[in-house]
Design a protein around this ligand. Structure first.
Ligand SMILES: *Cc1c(COP(=O)(O)O)cnc(C)c1O
Length: 396
């Protein structure tokens, strides 16, 4: 088949909810992917944040193969060895508490929202404060938590109980706290919102506020967690520990798994029968996630992410020095944003033609998040392409 034929099938049979390129990807290895015609691309936005280990990490592939030959799925009313092991590893790496497993980011956010509502039920509290430019997923509650009109428009009536503050503005959060407030939820590094990094004072202020008012502080680390910023969890950069942390995306390196970890304050809130997910943490996805966590340790990928993140940022700063089109370079570790002075859709398109995959979000922000094991040579190659494209754009 050709990519045009695949596109034709989409036109006939798949709902057009995504703005799609004309490229059909069929194979991946590390930081490289190939399309259906054999063209090779350097992937600097692997799996939309899912493939943090790179494509087809051998240890993850073999864990999946091994588990698939034993048992794929067991219902959650039976004990699941892999899920129990994964729970232990995650809690040991995060903070004292317990984990609930599900199958996607939005579903994990929903679970965290349910946990917050139940936590506040006795005192009649249910309002959750979230931030402008946030992104928490596409289910009705998660999109209501997402303070962006473009995600919400047309889907009303939206559930009540969400208030929107300004990211990195502690006073704007304080102003919204009322007798109904039960939680504050945010991404320590906003992804879809344009790679905006929370300030340490802001996060520490939120922690203090949550403690004073008995609120749950919920961190959505679906995109910035799992090593992306050079720490396993982004909050470690500031030492501000949440009451609930939400994970998904690169937790499973490509198999659908989401999770939320509840700390001491709300560990007893969800009781038998109060929440569930049929696929949640089944043996297949739990085995994959265990392999991911092991690979991050064994291959020292956090140190590598810090090192490659510093290198990539330095190279981007050099690019900024020679390209007026670049307004700002920001981010943490290998989660970097390049804000342009004009829309970046054509930069994305031209890079793709030249064999480099990046992303453009919020119209003007190029999102660059290569795999943790990316090499300096691959970074050099990617930035050569990006530099060429920016030069062409500036000449146009
Ligand atoms: C991707 C993302 C989600 C939604 O995850 P899905 O698996 O698409 O439901 C939620 N929060 C953040 C921060 C994300 O990046």
């Amino acid at each position: 088949m050709t990519s045009a034929e695949v596109k034709e099938l989409y036109g006939q049979f798949v709902l057009p909810t995504y703005r799609q390129t004309a490229v059909c990807l069929v194979k991946g290895k590390g930081s490289r992917v190939w399309d259906i015609h054999g063209k090779e691309y350097l992937d600097f936005f692997p799996g939309w944040g899912v493939s943090g280990l790179g494509h087809c990490h051998p240890k993850v592939v073999s864990a999946i193969k091994h588990q698939a030959g034993k048992i794929l799925h067991i219902p959650n009313n039976f004990l699941n060895l892999k899920q129990a092991e994964l729970g232990r590893v995650l809690v040991k790496k995060a903070f004292p508490g317990k984990v609930f497993f599900c199958s996607s980011g939005a579903e994990a956010v929903e679970g965290a929202i349910k946990c917050a509502h139940k936590f506040g039920a006795q005192s009649g509290r249910y309002e959750i404060i979230t931030m402008d430019m946030s992104f928490h997923g596409r289910t009705i509650a998660a999109l209501t938590a997402t303070a962006q009109p473009k995600v919400q428009d047309g889907f009303g009536p939206l559930p009540e109980g969400f208030r929107y503050a300004r990211f990195n503005d502690l006073d704007s959060v304080k102003a919204l706290v009322s007798a109904k407030t039960v939680a504050i939820m945010l991404e320590p590094v906003q992804g879809e919102g344009g790679i905006r990094v929370a300030g340490g004072e802001f996060l520490k202020g939120l922690r203090k506020l949550a403690d004073e008012k008995n609120l749950l502080l919920i961190f959505d680390e679906i995109q910035c967690g799992m090593g992306r910023t050079g720490k396993l969890f982004a909050y470690e950069h500031w030492g501000v520990i949440p009451d609930i942390m939400v994970l998904a995306k690169s937790l499973g390196a490509g198999v659908p798994i989401g999770a939320f970890i509840t700390g001491k304050k709300c560990v007893d809130v969800l009781t038998p029968g109060s929440h569930g997910s049929t696929y949640g943490g089944n043996p297949l996805v739990a085995a994959a996630a265990l392999a991911v966590l092991k690979a991050i340790d064994r291959e020292r990928l956090l140190a590598r992410t810090q090192e490659m993140g510093a290198y990539l940022r330095e190279k981007l700063m050099q690019l900024k020095a020679s390209h007026l089109l670049i307004k700002e370079v920001r981010g943490l570790g290998l989660m970097l944003g390049v804000e342009l002075s004009k829309p970046g859709a054509s930069v994305f398109e031209r890079c793709l033609e030249k064999g480099l995959i990046i992303n453009c979000t919020q119209e003007k922000v190029l999102r660059i998040m290569p795999a943790m094991a990316v090499t300096k040579r691959q970074i050099d190659q990617a930035l050569r392409i990006l530099g060429e494209v920016l030069t062409e754009e500036e000449a146009a």
